[in-house]
Design a protein around this ligand. Structure first.
Ligand code: PLP
Length: 492
């Protein structure tokens, strides 16, 4: 036998593979005069390059290829991380985004040679407006939370333009953590709204709390329990009656596209996560995109530049907007993401987008039905695109949501989202979002794994407490790993 364990199991650092004199390249003899870098660059010339690994091309290729196999990815298996919509990123998006004229377009190139890029932005904007039922849009924000900040700045400017700046933003206790963080960053006081026993906004509590100090409310719909806010019209009316605005966190639009539109159920402003709903890549800190769409009343405040049509029909970027909140991003946003999202929308078409929503909701409810006898459902309302269980039944044996998630790794799945949303008692949430990408076969494997873990929790709980056991490293002390970061390789 060549090796006992997987060859990449104990991969060393590239520095540890180094041996003096090895190189991954061989250059031909210099046939031009040698130039002294010191003379050319003066003090900026770096003489000491530090310790560099000396390895052959084969070693370097194998090292990084082996490391790449350590990653879990949507291309390897189901990634049911609730609230993150880890759907499959279609390859056609990548092909289109890599077309030379798009990938190499420069943000400083003149408008007249950028008409194609501007048309892509226009077309994507128009589709997103159609999908959301809103009137105007900016594509600039780089992520969902950045979109939230942009949206709240629009609300703030609007309220100021009315001559009565307001102090508070209402946020339900089921909200994503970015919502209160955004409101605080925008200078608002946050007032918490309690959910009712069905996991929805308590409308009577809202009516009691709403007053003329409230600038608006941030609401995710479907909310982070995966439940559609059925009284959304009433909520919007209550806010509007007292001059407040409704911000819809549209990060969960995967459950609504092609079915219902926030613009029709009372939203004044919202963001979309292209890196969730519209299949552009995300995770690992890669560039995201969080366009913000709004109703006409907020349009004057949109960040500059705004896409505009000239009388001759060509497109231009308009900076002359006196009421604008200003810039929120360098240039025009993450353009490559616009291309990918547009490719996704056009490849699916109207029917395809609607089908996608239906499949996402069907998949989540399939899991809900198949697991509800072994995991507790803290909120019983039918779910939309994600389902939230709790660890209540397993906690009786000392097994928590985090333990079950670690055991899932042993069964070959990425864990679900643990301990979120926080309103689930005892921080025991198990939040599962399969997305529409998963075929029935993969869902069944996942369900079988979750059922096996429920059995183990009852019969062999130690197995779960020790998980994961099939990974390169055993369970980490996560708090210590986060507080005591070691980011640099040191020889001794
Ligand atoms: C409901 C909700 N709101 C906001 C966000 C924030 O988006 P981002 O991570 O792109 O900043 C997320 C992220 O997943 C989310 O699920």
């Amino acid at each position: 036998m060549k090796v006992r364990t997987h060859i990449s199991r104990d991969e060393g650092l590239i520095f540890e593979r180094s041996s003096p004199g090895k190189a991954a390249y061989k250059l031909p003899q210099l046939d031009v005069p040698d130039v002294d870098a010191g003379k050319l660059l003066g003090a900026s010339a770096r003489q000491d390059l530090g310790a560099m690994p000396e390895v052959s091309e084969l070693e370097i290729i194998r090292h990084f290829t082996r490391l790449s196999t350590w990653n879990y990815a949507i291309d390897l298996g189901m990634y049911p991380l609730g609230s993150c919509t880890m759907k499959y990123n279609a390859r056609v998006n990548e092909v289109v985004a890599r077309l030379g004229g798009l990938a190499e377009a420069h943000p400083y190139q003149p408008e007249k040679v950028s008409q194609g890029a501007l048309r892509i932005m226009r077309l994507l904007s128009d589709y997103l407006l159609d999908i959301t039922g809103m009137d105007a849009i900016t594509l600039q924000p780089a992520a969902g939370a950045h979109g939230e900040m942009t949206g709240l700045l629009l609300i703030r400017s609007y309220q100021e333009s009315k001559g009565k700046p307001r102090k508070k933003i209402l946020i339900p206790d089921s909200a994503h953590g970015t919502n209160p963080a955004t409101a605080a960053i925008c200078g608002y006081q946050i007032e918490n709204l309690k959910s009712n026993s069905e996991g929805m906004v308590d409308v009577a509590a809202l009516a009691a709390q709403m007053n003329e100090d409230v600038a608006g409310m941030m609401l995710t719909n479907p909310n982070t329990l995966g439940i559609f806010e059925e009284e959304i019209h009433k909520i919007a009316d209550l806010l509007h009656a007292k001059g407040g605005l409704l911000y819809v966190d549209g990060a969960n639009m995967n459950a609504l596209v092609g079915k219902t539109r926030p613009g029709d159920f009372g939203a004044d402003v919202m963001h979309l996560n292209l890196h969730k709903t519209f299949s552009t890549p995300h995770g690992g800190g890669g560039p995201g995109s969080g366009p913000v769409a709004c109703k006409k009343i907020l349009e004057p405040f949109l960040p500059v530049p705004v896409l505009a049509a000239k009388p001759d029909g060509s497109l231009a970027l308009d900076y002359e907007r006196p009421q604008s909140i200003g810039r929120v991003k360098a240039f025009y946003g993450n353009f490559g993401m616009f291309v990918r999202a547009l490719a996704y929308i056009m490849a699916n078409g109207c029917d395809g987008l609607r089908q996608t929503t239906e499949d996402a909701v069907l998949n989540a409810n399939y899991i809900r039905k198949k697991l509800e006898d072994v995991y507790e459902l803290p909120y019983k309302s039918p779910c939309m695109h994600e389902v939230v269980f709790s660890h209540k039944l397993q906690a009786a044996k000392g097994i928590k949501t985090g333990d079950i998630a670690k055991r899932l790794i042993d069964y070959g799945f990425h864990p679900y989202t643990t301990a979120f949303p926080l309103i689930v008692a005892d921080h025991g949430a198990m939040m599962i979002e399969p997305t529409e990408s998963e075929p029935r076969e993969e869902l069944d494997l996942f369900i079988a794994a979750m059922r096996a873990i429920a059995r183990e929790a009852a019969e062999e709980p130690q197995l779960i407490r020790d998980a994961p056991t099939t990974t390169r490293i055993a369970r980490l002390d996560e708090a210590r790993a986060a507080r005591n970061l070691i980011l640099r390789w040191k020889k001794d």
